[in-house]
Ligand binder design. Structure first.
Ligand SMILES: *Cc1c(COP(=O)(O)O)cnc(C)c1O
Length: 392
């Protein structure tokens, strides 16, 4: 089935289903059920080819994906694909390509050095006061550039062997940890009761001030954000959530409403995008994305330089391009709309902010700065005034 001509108007919040789901007929009840969406994910070449004419690069990529990172695409997300455009930005994120088998010498299976920072299996403790808790290896759909493809989806060589009890004990004993970030895989793939058991257990540890969940479920599977899930989550405040949207088309009406349900439950929302070639590496797309995010009450949090995952070079954007995008936003639009661009230092140094150079010169007398228009200004160093006074 053809998409309507206004399909490319990514500035609006549109609904994309179930009308465009070709093949069998789907009732709205099924379509709006996250169970149905998960059961009907596209996971095989045959299913994919029922709906889409693949390019040769994609066809070979799908055949090889079975041993690296599985393919899975929810019908909801699949419907966002422009079937007439082989370079569709949605398609590039979830359909494997043969380029995934090309490995450059810089690429690594564990680009952020997480495995070497795990005091117990599944718990990454890199920063002084916060931890990353990998609670599952499964997601609603798999991003082809997944930073944890070594353990995620269950088909690679390595397995995520999270030891929950050991993790809880570690957190009980480590009073310096005040912030736990639940990630994976995707924590919202769990049932409400399974997720609640984890949250409830964490909330029994008094020094844990702050909890957050990293999830792409609101985007891949907005049907999962049920009122029941939201009323469960709100019992564990302060709870923040980081979602993952890369392209404005992902912000459909269903996704907007799911994000609103989370916000209405008192959960502050941030977005983490990954800078991807052919997806969001141009200023128009990025500007539209951050504006739509604000309309969904989501604060753009991080823009990530792509981690050096094996077989990801076809999606890589030069750092200079990323800086140029941030420069194109800062000052030109709402400050809340501008994410912090970061590189997760290869090998395990953590996130490092990367910014355009607004400080042109720094001397004992003052700081020479430039604004978003390129005009220069000097800010005198307060200490030079103090030094002059001492001369009396
Ligand atoms: C990203 C990350 C965090 C959270 O970092 P913030 O800058 O606080 O959002 C914590 N631990 C690890 C290992 C991470 O990669």
């Amino acid at each position: 089935m053809q998409h309507p001509p206004e399909f490319d108007l990514d500035k609006t919040f549109r609904t994309h289903g179930p009308g465009y789901w070709s093949g069998r007929s789907v009732t709205p009840e099924d379509w709006n059920s996250h169970i149905w969406q998960l059961k009907n994910r596209i996971t095989s070449l045959a299913q994919l080819e029922e709906h889409l004419v693949l390019t040769q690069e994609e066809r070979s990529g799908v055949i090889l994906s079975g041993t690296k990172l599985a393919m899975a695409i929810t019908p909801h997300f699949f419907n966002l694909i422009d079937r007439d455009n082989p370079d569709c930005p949605i398609r590039r994120q979830v359909i494997p390509r043969i380029e995934e088998t090309l490995v450059s010498p810089y690429e690594m299976t564990d680009p952020c050095g997480e495995d070497s920072h795990m005091p117990v299996p599944g718990l990454v403790h890199r920063y002084p006061d916060r931890v990353l808790f990998l609670v599952t290896d499964r997601c609603a759909s798999y991003c082809r550039y997944c930073t944890r493809s070594r353990v995620v989806s269950g088909v690679g060589d390595q397995e995520l062997e999270t030891d929950y009890e050991a993790a809880f004990r570690y957190l009980e004993q480590h009073h310096e940890v005040r912030d736990v970030l639940l990630s994976g895989g995707d924590p919202l793939i769990f049932s409400d009761s399974k997720l609640e058991k984890i949250l409830e257990r964490l909330r029994r540890i008094p020094h844990l001030e702050f909890l957050r969940i990293g999830s792409r479920v609101p985007v891949f599977l907005p049907q999962r954000i049920t009122p029941e899930l939201c009323s469960m989550l709100r019992r564990y405040h302060p709870l923040f959530m980081s979602v993952h949207v890369n392209h404005p088309r992902e912000l459909t009406l269903e996704v907007k409403e799911a994000l609103e349900r989370l916000s209405d439950s008192g959960i502050p929302l941030g977005n983490q995008s990954v800078l991807l070639k052919g997806v969001n590496d141009d200023l128009d797309t990025m500007r539209t994305l951050v504006h739509k995010l604000l309309m969904c009450r989501v604060r753009p949090y991080y823009l990530y330089q792509l981690d050096l995952i094996r077989g990801s070079s076809h999606l890589e954007v030069p750092v200079a391009e990323g800086i140029r995008l941030i420069e194109g936003l800062r000052g030109h639009t709402t400050g809340y709309a501008v994410p912090q661009y970061v590189i997760d230092a290869p090998g395990g140094g953590g996130k490092v902010p990367v910014n355009p150079d607004y400080v042109l010169k720094k001397t004992a007398e003052g700081t020479l700065i430039r604004n978003f228009e390129g005009r220069t200004f000097e800010y005198p160093e307060p200490s030079t005034i103090g030094a002059e006074l001492l001369d009396y």
